[in-house]
Design a binder for this molecule. Sequence first.
Ligand code: 3H9
Length: 715
Amino acid sequence: MNDFVKISKDNDVAVITIDNPPVNALSPGVPERIWAAIDEVNADHAIRAAVVIGAGRTFVAGADIKEFGKMTSGASPRRTLLPLLLHIEDSGKPVVMAIHGTAFGGGLELAMAGHYRVAAPTAQVGQPEVKLGIIPGAGGTQRLPRLVGVAKAVEMCAEGKPVLARDAAPLGLIDRLIEGDLLSGAGAFAREIADKPMPKTRERTEKLGTIADNGAIFSAARDAAHKKQRGMKAPLAAIEAVEAATRLSFEAGCEAERELFTDCLFSDQSKALIHVFFGEREVGKIPDIPKDTPLMPVNRVAVVGSGTMGGGIAMVFANAGIPVLLKDVDQPALDLGMGKIRKNYASSVQRGRFTQEFVDERLWLITPVLTYDAFSDVDMVVEAVFEGMALKKSVFADLDRACKRGAILASNTSTLNIDEIGAATSRPEAVIGTHFFSPANVMRLLEIVRGKKSSKEAIATCMQLSRKLGKIGVLVGNCRGFVGNRMFGPYRREAQFLVEEGADVEAVDKALFDFGNAMGPLATGDLAGLDVGWRIRQEYRHLEKPGIRQPFAENRLCELGRYGQKTMKGWYRYDENRRASTDPEVAALVRKWSAEAGILQRQISAAEIVDRCIYALVNEGARILEEGYALRAVDIDIIYLNGYGFPAYRGGPMWHADTVGLHNVYQRVCEFHQLHGEAWAPAPLLKRLAEAGKTFAEFDKEQGAAGLLERTNSA
Ligand code: 3H9
């Protein structure tokens, strides 16, 4: 028998161990070996029952996701697990599935084909396929409702969230929870049931409900999917497949599932989401920072500045159980900051996200301070003061004096030069950027900014820390705005140009919302505060290249005190509940300003709005990539998905461009260049790849680790 699956005997119970590290995925060869092991069990008269268990840290975490790309490109044949699962269910001897770690996707489908399931209480079970843009494809949508009922099955298949085994047991998915050693508990259970009837999940119908009851479940699930997973096809397909289970025989239901699964698998959405799955893991790999780089301990931290960002960052550390000092300049500022933190936590308790007990513990971990006295004890400081170089430098000079050697000194700057900040200290190797996104306690992205002198240990520590904080850390180079905000500039510039050229404010936002973005660019500006960009533009006016068209509308709105939500007026007008409405005054003002500037007004289609804004992102992304400020195109994608509300089912701006075809994108960029001037000069990398018929994804692959290293060091 091949290494993937081992079979051993514990007297009258056979133990089938699936051993395909790291997560025991059902890669080619594994299903075949399980089949053979079941045959062996049935042929052995001394065996009364079998236990199937995963080696190492988990049961089976699903099908091998790498195989999907091979299947859709035709490089591998289509595979199905259905016959194997029938084979297990039809085994003449009972099969007990013993679950620890995760039984996800095909792993749970495998488990449901067993006659019984036992699990460690902390194991997780789930059908997360929708997160990959597909649906369960091995009978999951047919067997799950038979075990847990229709409502729970729809929820699990359409939302993809895992369930703890201890919660899955009362649902009927797990027959026994086993504390302590799983294998010996599973063996004992197998002996108990060896002579009992062997329930086949596919034959059970008692939880399938009635058409009348189920109607309401499916329509509520569809409403929720339209709202919470806007634009995604897989959740709706998953609901349809579970609905098939309630209307059709098991066999016909599996056929319906197969068709829906295939449809999803070959969709652009699935390809994009699989790109995201691997991308999220890829960004943690830094070519010149090996996995065994020594890490610095981060057991106590401090945050300087208790404003919106500083307070949010303090909450992030506290939520991860790390004690944090929160410093501000005077008591009123500190009281205000702590007040906001308390209010945020209170609203989390109200919404049921946290318990009061959890919140009390978090608040206890945050110590407000007015001096640097206790900073000598902390392992890391995150500075989150007002965005201005002079102030940041003075804070870093203070930190240099106050903190012990070996502490990481991080800045939450969103635009400023980390090397210049580091030069204000005697230890630039300890200085690094940790750019959190607002609201810091909610947004998943953490841009980790590598200064020229940032040490590898500091980088490795911040990358690892990001996971502990529940964030996804992406390493970026030190250029103005880093990766995310540098690209956001041209994107929001185009949004303004479009309004100046005659598009309605709402039309611009709606086009990008319909594209899938969480918010339109103008509404986002109002939320973040239009004055933030306005002040930065004023500080950097000297860097603007002459002869390049600059938008004016937002500057003018700011001059009128229209900063966005905070002043109840920006691109939109806001009521006391921050509900936006159209402001005819803005339309009239922009028309007047445009006429004065001689800008021709015209009708602009939603398609042009999307192309202008999204290709502005892509063109700048290509420059950043070539200049080496992002390691890979996929890093840019992960930044946009986790920090800027870009729709995951489009894979990120660079993947989206690949999907549209770089040749098409490049042509459109050239058109815009001709019409709108030098701001649209095509990025040389975009031109090169488009002309060579290549993609950004191919660029990532071809660069390889060596290429990446070279580009990182030159950044
Ligand atoms: C499916 O099952 C469809 C079915 O209906 C059948 C249809 C026919 N395949 O995340 P980690 C790799 S769809 C291939 O860092 P963790 C991962 O890339 C599938 N590779 O660890 C990484 O590689 P590397 C449904 C996989 O402990 C390494 O394993 N299942 C797979 O933080 C470690 O991963 C899912 O969607 C896979 N299935 O988290 C589960 N899974 O080291 C997807 C992982 O080279 N997986 N890898 O970067 C997960 O959610 C997490 O990996 C898991 C472990 C929670 C299991």
